[in-house]
Design a protein around this ligand. Structure first.
Ligand code: ADP
Length: 245
């Protein structure tokens, strides 16, 4: 895939595959393209060239009669809804309470009944340790609690793929643990494919099966977390890990 912002080439011929159920962490210096990859998967950015496939289905573009063509919005939406994302800044709807935040998309996008969406929403709130905060508004919650709601909201759509974009970076240090704890449980108890951008290397080591090291829009090294974090081969990986660990 290729991604440019104007004349700036951010991803140039990047090609990688994530297996079903795999949990892959993307590491690398700021500006190396990690967030752009997640945003492309979420269709929040337009892919300049190339293709993205979700379990064989083209996401935004497909090759038809030898030509690269854009897919219809309805087709894009059908593939795109199999992917969920949790953002650094939570992005909860400020005017809705916690339960409404979680049930909005299942009702309006998946067409679930309100009762069913609420039942599932409450179950997910229990799972993220917020069973008693269904009626609260985001503003009344700590950053860690808001992020746990955002995780429940993503899970409420039953995603096959979950994208986590530096989900603890905006949190006070004492709130990081509760969010990572919830995500560890998700990793342990589900087979959701996960793409994770994080600076929390211990978390990456614990939950991921594979780590990809990015530099200037390319994967310069990939390895199992144990190998990547204790015995990186590339000099640039060594320098990066020395700076963050
Ligand atoms: P990372 O997540 O690894 O820090 P990003 O994917 O955020 O990297 O950014 C990759 C490059 O793309 C950076 O050089 C950044 O400045 C550029 N970039 C990201 N978003 C935009 C945008 N909306 N417009 C222009 N340039 C952008």
């Amino acid at each position: 895939m290729v991604k440019k912002f104007g004349d700036t080439v951010v991803l140039n011929g990047l090609n990688f595959t994530v297996d079903k159920g795999e949990r892959v962490t993307l590491i690398g210096p700021s500006g190396s393209g990690k967030t752009t990859i997640l945003r492309l998967l979420m269709t929040l950015e337009h892919l300049t060239d190339g293709y993205i496939y979700v379990d064989g289905d083209p996401l935004t573009h497909e090759l038809r009669n030898g030509k690269r063509v854009e897919r219809k919005a309805k087709d894009v939406a059908n593939v795109r809804r199999r992917i969920g994302m949790v953002f650094q800044q939570f992005n909860l709807f400020p005017n809705m309470n916690v339960l409404e935040n979680i049930t909005e998309a299942p009702v309006h996008v998946l067409g679930r009944s309100k009762a069913e969406a609420e039942r599932r929403g409450r179950e997910l709130l229990e799972q993220v340790g917020l069973g008693d905060r269904a009626d609260a508004h985001p503003m009344q919650l700590s950053g860690g609690q808001q992020q746990r709601v955002a995780i429940a909201r993503a899970l409420a759509m039953d995603p096959e793929i979950l994208l986590l974009d530096e989900v603890t970076s905006a949190l006070d240090p004492e709130l990081v643990g509760e969010v990572l704890g919830v995500l560890r449980e998700v990793a342990r108890n589900t087979d959701i494919t996960m793409l994770i951008v994080t600076h929390e290397m211990q978390f990456a080591r614990d939950v991921s099966n594979r780590v990809l090291m990015f530099d200037q829009g390319r994967i310069i090294e990939e390895a199992a977390p144990d190998v990547m974090f204790s015995d990186p081969k590339e000099e640039r990986t060594q320098a990066f890990l020395q700076a963050v660990l």
